[in-house]
Ligand binder design. Structure first.
Ligand code: NAD
Length: 335
């Protein structure tokens, strides 16, 4: 099988590339990534010489760069490439529309033209908007995105759906809850807090810290996408989540405890604009239809993740140098 994986140098994409090469060494994997601030080829250092792995630096909105790859034969596309950070989408929505919507449409057009056998769109539970204290997102929950990020992901999802309905393109959409694990860029909650705690810096917590996310270890997300790729019924959406609801404060306190750092490092900062209160996933469909089972409980997953960042301080130092620091200062300077 020849897979075109976009965004494979990012957090989830690189975990997925490593997962697939390990599990299916005979598959040919082409990783297309524009290497934005979030893309990091260091994540893939261990496989860069693998005979069935190819990296192509290209933007998913650039049809002429992508077309030769499709023309050479692709069985399936897995679209991870995206602008993925809500805070950045509040600062610069236009790049989210460009990559997340127009980039997806470019990939869909090429997939249709070259009649690929599966298009998997890696989406997010954030397209459903926010929940109150109870209830779960199912695949039937109406889309009600609240941030420019989630709106752009919802727009992409609707295009994917339309290419199935209109052109019969064999598609699936996965909508996963918040991921954590190795290689996550330190603008996101868990690596940000680990990084700051290790340096005895303040840990900026939005609002009252009680926003709830349904945390999933990244490898469990990878196994879900693998199942959808091979067994997903065309046209179907699959929610992915591990029933690990935790509020942000709980996550931050776990990190401080694991690193033996004081809770006095926690600083409450002005809440994110339009901050969704709670996300929680009903993943019954993928469990029952495709037999997916997450392997990692939150308690062990978070410990393994903290340990990974402790063991990979050089990776973190390289990632947080330069432009990241500039972004961090802009984001938190007035809060
Ligand atoms: P990430 O920001 O870590 O990685 C995104 C990757 O896409 C980077 O390597 C970047 O260089 C690349 N990219 C960005 N714009 C591009 C473009 N125009 N052309 C080609 N490549 C481009 O993101 P992530 O956290 O790994 O998320 C991957 C996907 O999973 C996204 O589609 C995101 O919406 C979705 N998702 C993420 C989470 C999460 O918790 N992180 C949860 C559910 C779904």
């Amino acid at each position: 099988m020849k897979l075109l994986i976009t965004g494979g140098a990012g957090f989830i994409g690189s975990n997925f590339v490593l997962y697939m090469i390990n599990k299916y060494p005979d598959y040919h994997i082409i990783n297309v990534d524009a290497l934005t601030y979030a893309g990091n080829l260091e994540n893939l250092r261990s496989i860069e010489q693998h005979p069935n792995y190819t990296f192509v630096k290209a933007d998913i909105t650039d049809k002429s760069a992508l077309e030769p790859l499709f023309a050479a034969g692709i069985d399936a596309v897995l679209n991870f490439a995206a602008e993925s950070h809500v805070d950045r989408s509040i600062l610069h929505p236009e790049i989210f529309v460009q990559t997340n919507i127009l980039g997806t449409q470019t990939l869909l057009d090429l997939s249709k033209q070259y009649q690929i056998s599966k298009f998997v769109q890696v989406s997010t539970d954030e397209v459903y908007g926010t929940l109150g204290a109870t209830g779960l997102f199912t695949e039937e929950t109406p889309l009600a995105p609240n941030s420019p990020y989630s709106a752009s992901k919802a727009g992409a999802d609707l295009l994917v759906r339309a290419y199935h309905e209109t052109f019969g393109l064999p598609v699936n959409i996965t909508r996963c809850s918040n991921n954590y694990g190795p290689y996550q860029f330190p603008e996101k909650l868990i690596p940000l807090m680990i990084q700051n705690a290790l340096q005895d810096k303040q840990l900026p917590v939005y609002g009252d810290g009680l926003n709830v996310r349904d945390w999933l270890y990244v490898e469990d997300h990878c196994s879900a996408i693998d199942l959808v790729l091979h067994k997903g019924r065309n046209g179907e959406v699959y929610n992915v989540g591990g029933n690990n609801e935790r509020d942000n404060l709980h996550v931050v306190k776990t990190i401080l405890q694991e690193l033996s750092k004081p809770e006095s490092l926690i600083t409450y900062v002005q809440d994110r604009l339009g901050h969704d209160r709670r996300y929680a996933i009903d993943a019954d469909k993928i469990r029952k239809e495709l037999g997916w089972q997450p392997q990692f409980a939150y308690e062990s997953g978070i410990k393994a993740t903290i340990q990974w960042y402790l063991n990979n301080k050089e990776w973190m130092e390289q990632v947080v140098s330069g432009s990241y620091q500039q972004y961090y200062d802009t984001q938190y300077k007035d809060r």
